[in-house]
Ligand binder design. Sequence first.
Ligand code: NAP
Length: 272
Amino acid sequence: MNVFKPEKLFGIIGHPLGHTMSPLLHNWGFSEHKIPAVYMAWPTEPGKVESFMQTFRNLPISGASVTIPHKLSVMDYIDQLTERAKSVGAVNTLYWKGDKIMGDNTDAAGVSEPLRPYCDHVKKALLIGAGGAARAAITGLQTLGIEEIYITNRTASKAEDLAEEFKISALDWEDRGDQHFDLIVNSTSLGMSGKFQEINPMIMDNQDTNTIVYDLVYNPMETIFIKEAKTKGCTVIHGIEMFIHQGMEQFKLWTGKRLDENKVRELLLAQL
Ligand code: NAP
């Protein structure tokens, strides 16, 4: 009898973990590359991060994904942060470098990589929202070399703080629809299934076929923002692309191997 014996252990911490697609993605990747490893879901309540990190340090765990609400608190227990984790100011990936626990952030790549084919056309971008995902989005946009980045948020002070920290410009929430942008990224919760599903984060009067719309919300896939952008002839990028690219980047960090993007998309869309 053939018994599968994983040699390496990976997993995700977060709370609640709900329907996380990370185990599906990484276990499929291990199987594609014939890597004897397993990836598990480890629901971790707020306040239990320190004890998880002791476990990470003492048991043979090779790497972990970190999701809400632990992306900031985990930073207290890490030996070294990568430059991009420092830039985002949050950690979503743990791995070992020798005997050091490294904290990295692949969320910014989740924003930048789907936009890379279009970035030559993007001079002026608007980011809507100023929460956790917005920090990764700004780093992602800056990685692409986009010169003019505006940020707007319902709570203006949060947009102003991020504008100052990342040296971009804050825009009044009420004025967000008044001009044309080459790119608009939504990092608010507006459009998510539930009570926000029918609320569009953007007023689209000044957008046209030259506007690229990237909605980080991926449940539902076709958000109200994406639907309206399509009626305006905008190029649209769905939120699932961020999940795909942050996950592919994590897999590469842990294994040195690249996952086939089209196959990953097919796998995840089937799950959604
Ligand atoms: P967060 O830190 O809670 O931030 C929520 C953002 O939404 C804030 O800017 C908040 O504005 C805004 N918002 C909430 N309710 C609003 C309302 N009624 N009107 C206007 N603005 C409102 O959440 P996050 O971690 O940044 O995540 C934001 C979204 O990004 C999530 O909903 C998720 O769908 C998406 N996301 C996607 C991926 C992916 O892989 N595709 C990864 C991470 C996140 P205030 O500051 O005014 O409250």
